[in-house]
Design a protein. Sequence first.
Length: 229
Amino acid sequence: MKKFAIIGLGYFGDRLASRLAQRGAEVLALDESLQKLDDIKELVTHTVQLDATDEKALRSQGLDEYDAVVVGIGEDFEASLLTVTFLQSIGVKRIIVRATTAVHEQILKHLGIKEVVLPGAEAAERLASSLMFEKVVESFAFTSDFTIAEAIAPESFIGQTIQDLDLRERFEVSLITIKRIETRPQFLGLRKHEIETIIGVPRPSTVVERGDVLVLFGHKKCIQKMLEV
């Protein structure tokens, strides 16, 4: 069973926690407000009242054992930053943070937070789907069964062509495109920077490289089966 901790039970955090619990995850909800915890305690696995800017209190929750910790604090950005810093110090393996503005998002990225989401019901729904969807980076559900998903190419795919993989025939999954990170030189070749490129419509001869993100369409179970090969 997957384990997630949600820190901050505003509209975003409350909705995310309840959706994850409904999908079978073990969910720990953390907030300073006892009222907010009371409102959700029947839906999630555990609730704990604490101040997330108290490092000792955070350490006592064993958050480094969770699959991901989501910081949903939106009203107090300073508190959000402190919480993120403490989670990094604790060694939490995956930290996802809600940002309320583009500036906040940039600051979080500079802190090394790779997964930043904007507030809203749709964002909570999409994040719940992707967290419960094994090996998927991002997903967008069309229905309860069919989705567009972004997933890192499995190791067994590396070096194979799209024609060899034959995803539609083997798994009933369609490959829409491929996202690829390319390293390019800058400043007279003395420095390098990474750029995300889109392959476009992959050709049968396109070879999958390590680190490629496959953009897929299909039934969730079919995509999951494909990613487990």
